[in-house]
Design a binder for this molecule. Structure first.
Ligand code: NAI
Ligand code: MG
Length: 496
């Protein structure tokens, strides 16, 4: 495996084909079985990935247990330095990783995949600087007793990641886990195993063998044995609510802690006095139209007050129309392909459902690519539904595609109520020039992440995670590292 960045993603996919990382070595599955990795923009296979199963999980966890013993003895600041060194190396591979990610996920290079690859390095830089922050406390318990707490690593962390933002979501889990002194075993999503494998292989040049293992395989055959493994002391998961529940149940059997980052149905409330252009631009970013809407944070329920509603819909249509759909690797492309045939069918079924709703209008935007090479690609035109309410399935269920509902409202109180009338509580935004309304909404919106007049994406140092069905626990901060990847030990020294 070459150490230099490889600019041709297809060549790199072939070089990584059939391998995963266990105990510092790129290996096949014990069984020799594989599954295909598809380029969703063309439908063509680009690589095989090992079909990891319990025997592979066993080998990876055993390697992690061995590596973690030494790693826990490395000074915390030095662990941070090594993670920061990984960040530097990953920074040299941004272009390569972005291209590989675009190939396997269908996410456009310029608008999404390259950006994600650079944020990946940023997350490692952030956590790499936090080694010396793994501090305990002293407790004034008794004059005769020195009482203090220590932050100790959990041991082996199992991380299960999805395909929509695999590099970033993996980084948010493994960077804090490693700095805190744990070893990790990651189970990649079956749709996107290649870029994360390349990251593991690059980090393996810096980190001791076995400290970071990356398995490929399916949920029941590979993810479940990882969660259930007796030596895995913590599981961190991002994905669907349904699988999140399964993971939580399995973790409950072992009584181990879990972090769950699940779905969303994030509201955006646009008041009559909002800056129209800013709000529309915020909706395009918030809905992640350039990621084919495949985001747990997607602002998929857009409540717009009467006075601005029609103008908002017109401007939003025009802006989404101007986005170019095409080859994810082409610099001109804004919108790429949906990740898999399953997701493609699922998104299409919701669009059909919306079309049959009485009173609903489907505004189809942008245009399918006309390049014959992309004829078998999984492209879906973005759809804005109007004339719907918050009770319909389009507004209640996570679609995870380029489909949003714009819901008209007249009364602010009713908008807040509707925004909170959801099983989810990941993110929310409010758009207004009125300070009282803005501050009132920030207090009342039921979500883990609330923004006023902007729609920023996840950033290191900003706590990220949802309430209600959107999950358990937070990510991306120092506190998240302490809370989720260490345990607190109390020590009392009797000096009498
Ligand atoms: P999923 O939750 O089934 O998959 C996520 C990860 O969990 C994958 O690595 C998968 O292999 C693994 N997994 C599946 N079953 C497992 C099990 N029994 N034990 C351990 N690991 C298991 O999500 P999927 O099927 O990719 O997408 C379905 C829907 O989930 C999407 O349409 C979307 O609504 C939602 N989703 C939400 C994400 C988020 O960012 N919160 C990310 C991906 C999907
Ligand atoms: Mg699934």
């Amino acid at each position: 495996m070459t150490q230099d960045p490889v600019t041709d993603p297809r060549a790199l996919a072939r070089a990584l084909s059939g391998r995963m990382l266990i105990d510092g070595a790129l290996v096949a599955a014990r069984s020799g079985r594989t599954f295909e990795v598809i380029d969703p923009a063309t439908g063509e296979p680009v690589a095989e990935a090992p079909f990891g199963e319990a025997a592979d999980v066993e080998a990876a966890v055993a390697a992690a247990v061995r590596a973690q013993k030494d790693w826990a003895g490395v000074a915390a600041r030095q662990r941070g330095r090594l993670v920061a060194e990984c960040a530097r190396l990953l920074g040299e591979h941004v272009e390569e990783l972005g291209r590989l990610l675009a190939l396997e996920t269908g996410k456009a290079l310029r608008t999404e995949s390259r950006v994600e690859a650079s944020v990946l390095a940023d997350v490692f830089t952030f956590f790499g600087g936090l080694g010396s922050e793994l501090k305990g406390e002293t407790v004034p318990f008794s004059p005769d007793m020195l009482t203090l707490t220590l932050r100790e690593p959990i041991g082996v962390v199992g991380a299960i990641i999805p395909w929509n933002v695999p590099l970033l979501l993996m980084a948010l889990k493994i960077a804090p886990a490693l700095v805190a002194g744990n070893a990790v075993v990651v189970k990649a999503a079956e749709e996107a195993p290649l870029a994360v494998l390349r990251v593991a292989e690059i980090m393996n040049r810096v980190l001791p063998a076995g400290l970071f293992n990356l398995l490929t395989g399916l949920g029941p055959e590979c993810g479940a044995p990882l969660v259930g493994h007796p030596k895995v002391g913590k599981v961190t998961f991002t994905g669907s609510v349904e699988t999140g529940r399964t993971v939580y149940r399995a973790a409950a059997e072992k009584l181990i802690p879990v972090t769950l980052e699940l779905g969303g149905k994030s509201p955006m409330i646009v008041m009559d006095d909002a800056d129209l252009e800013r709000a529309v631009a915020g909706a395009v970013v918030g809905m992640r139209f350039t990621r084919q809407g495949q985001s747990c944070t997607a602002s998929s329920r857009i409540f717009v007050q009467d006075g601005l509603h029609d103008a908002f819909v017109e401007r939003l249509k025009a802006k989404v129309d101007a986005l170019v759909m095409g080859d994810p690797l082409d610099e001109r492309t804004d919108i790429g392909a949906i990740v898999s045939p399953q997701q493609f069918e699922r998104v299409r079924s919701y669009i059909e459902l919306g079309r049959d709703l009485p009173g609903a209008t489907a505004h189809l935007c942008s245009a399918l690519p006309d390049d014959p090479a992309l004829a078998k690609g999984l492209f879906v035109r973005p759809v804005i539904f109007t004339g719907v309410n918050n009770a319909c399935r389009l507004a209640r269920e996570e679609i995870f595609g380029p489909v949003c509902t714009v819901i008209r409202f007249s009364d602010y109180e009713a908008a807040i109520e509707a925004a909170n009338d959801s099983d989810y509580g990941l993110a929310a935004t409010i758009w207004t020039k009125d300070l009282r309304t803005a501050l009132d909404a920030t207090r009342r919106l039921e979500a883990g992440f609330v923004q006023v007049n902007q729609n920023l994406v996840v950033q290191p140092a900003l706590s990220y995670g949802g309430i209600k069905q959107s999950g358990l626990g937070k990510e991306a901060t120092l506190e998240a590292m302490l809370e989720h990847f260490t345990h607190k030990k109390t020590v009392i020294v009797n000096m009498a």
